[in-house]
Design a protein around this ligand. Structure first.
Ligand code: ADP
Length: 520
């Protein structure tokens, strides 16, 4: 550099006045500019005019800063001053990349090579520029692509591992790290099995090194869905992994290695085993249930026919005793016969209720439109004697809608609800029953309300189960099956049943059914 300066010094004229320089500069496709020591432009070549959109006369005598964006101007001034003062070049003789400013205010990236010479006491500069827009664009594009590829590899669920033909890992995404339990390591392919703990899907046979999917993919083979077991470092124990492999081919069709994708199928594998086990268990349970159901059917038949007959005999003999042998019976004996009759009657009721319940659980109910008015009045007839006995007050509207139900079963439901309303009142209180309805959304809800003893919140669900009673038979009669029949019947008719109640204030039982088409 120093030597070049000394050589320049001997030159009598500035280069722009030298015809050979001008011929050279005019022929150059890169923009060339010269300036004096004050940074004032002394020459621009035609390529410079084209690149910046200026005619040469517009630039001659103007400062170099005209050609650069505002933000570079101050640094340029400082650099120029420092060079002139110290003779120490910073950018002279080297190439820097910066932004250039066109006449129309647009910027473009340039690579600038700067030289200088000394003319007497004065210093001259020459700059050769190269428009590197395309290069910058490609660099940006490359960066974008790399970032994108990185984001894709990080986001996918599958592990992706790629290696070059020598077995050096090129890609090892975060899912691969999670599935394998390790990151890439600098180990040769014949040590992969050992290092990464890869086994056949039996979990114990070491995977032969040359059959590993990645090794095969590197050799140019396609590998589909090979399941292998990978022992993972503590605290993990291992994972079954489904691996797919393909040779890695670049844009020009060159074979540059292999790539595999990994899917952790451990849960799926266990899931399938578990599903198989559960469905076996379920099948067995179903068989047992069917058996039990058949037994239950036979049992209810026995109950109906065999149990009720001797019961009737007991009732008959008790009655015969009372009617035909009254003269031989003292008061105590008479009391015993009537207790026998009452107990037999109660048992008969229990058997009938149980039979009704089992009929509901077993037979298919044919549903049809049922006039609720009629169902309620039929039910009232069933409990008529109780109504008279208790002197109950009734508030039963007419004009209830038509609902989809099984008539006989629905009558039974209403009868059970009404009977309960008549029964569960405080001692000496006259029962009072109200029926009402509401509709909407294709359903009908019927309320059966009483002013009775009520049911505390914790028992309101329990009473719908078989044999659940809140009182002893000595305070209130009953079998504990009535509401179980209501709930089961409603379910079998595609409806629901429930209760709202406050202790000592009364209960509001409701049933809900699909409304029949037509007038409500
Ligand atoms: P049962 O009436 O034969 O005892 P249910 O299944 O009909 O059997 O009723 C179960 C229990 O729910 C009854 O024993 C009673 O304690 C309670 N219960 C039913 N209806 C009413 C009601 N309207 N008011 C208060 N308690 C009731």
């Amino acid at each position: 550099m120093r030597k070049a300066l000394t050589d320049e010094r001997r030159r009598p004229r500035p280069p722009a006045e030298d015809p050979s320089f001008r011929a050279l500069a005019a022929a150059a496709t890169d923009p060339i500019v010269t300036a004096d020591s004050a940074g004032v432009i002394t020459y621009v070549n035609p390529a410079m005019e084209r690149a910046f959109g200026y005619a040469a006369p517009e630039l001659l005598g103007r400062p170099l800063t005209l050609l650069m964006p505002e933000r570079f101007r101050e640094a340029h001034g400082r650099g120029l001053a420092r060079y002139l003062e110290t003779g120490e070049p910073r950018v002279i003789g080297s190439t820097v990349e910066l932004a250039a400013l066109r006449r129309d205010g647009t910027e473009f990236p340039v690579e600038l090579s700067l030289g200088s010479w000394v003319e007497g006491a004065a210093v001259g500069f020459v700059g050769i520029l190269r428009d590197v827009t395309e290069r910058a664009r490609m660099r940006d594009e490359l960066l974008r692509q790399t970032t994108l590829l990185d984001a894709v590899l990080t986001s996918v669920e599958e592990g992706v591992i790629a290696a070059d033909p020598a077995g050096n890992f090129l890609v090892w995404n975060s899912a691969a790290e999670r599935i394998v339990g390790r990151g890439p390591a600098d180990v040769s392919p014949n040590k992969w099995q050992e290092h990464f703990g890869v086994f056949r899907d039996d979990g114990v046979t070491p995977y032969p090194a040359d059959e590993l999917p990645l090794a095969r993919a590197i050799r140019g083979e396609a590998v589909d869905e090979d399941v292998q077991y990978i022992v993972r470092p503590a605290p993990h124990d291992g994972a079954w992994v489904s691996v797919t492999g393909r040779p890695l081919i670049d844009g020009e069709g060159r074979h540059i290695g292999g790539v595999v994708t990994l899917e952790d199928v451990t849960e799926k594998r266990f899931g399938q085993q578990e599903i198989r086990r559960l469905s076996d268990e379920l099948r067995q349970q179903l068989e047992r249930l069917e058996e039990a159901n058949a037994e239950l059917k036979a049992f209810s038949y026995t109950v109906a026919h065999d149990l009720r007959a001797p019961l009737r005999a007991i009732q008959g003999f008790a009655q015969a005793l009372r009617e035909d042998h009254i003269e031989h019976l003292d008061e105590e004996a008479l009391d015993y016969t009537s207790r026998m009759s009452a107990a037999a009657a109660r048992m008969d009721r229990l058997i009938q209720d149980l039979l009704e319940y089992s009929r509901l659980t077993q037979s298919e109910l044919e549903l049809a439109p049922v006039e609720l008015d009629r169902a309620v009045s039929d039910a009232l007839e069933q409990v008529d004697a109780r109504i008279r006995e208790s002197g109950a007050a009734l508030d039963i509207p007419s004009g209830l809608p038509v609902a989809i139900a099984h008539e006989r079963t629905l009558v039974q439901v209403f009868a059970n609800l009404l009977a309960n309303g008549l029964t569960f009142v405080a001692e000496g209180v006259r029962p009072s029953l109200r029926v009402s309805h509401e509709g909407g959304n294709g359903t009908v809800r019927v309320w059966v309300e009483d002013d009775g003893i009520g049911i505390s919140a914790e028992h309101q669900e329990r009473i719908f189960r078989v044999f659940e009673r809140l009182h002893g038979t000595e305070s209130y009669p009953g079998t504990g099956i009535g509401l179980a029949i209501v709930r089961k019947a409603m379910e079998r008719m595609g409806g629901r049943a429930g209760v709202e109640s406050t202790v000592a204030q009364g209960s509001r039982f409701w049933i809900e059914l699909a409304a029949a088409e037509g007038p409500e």
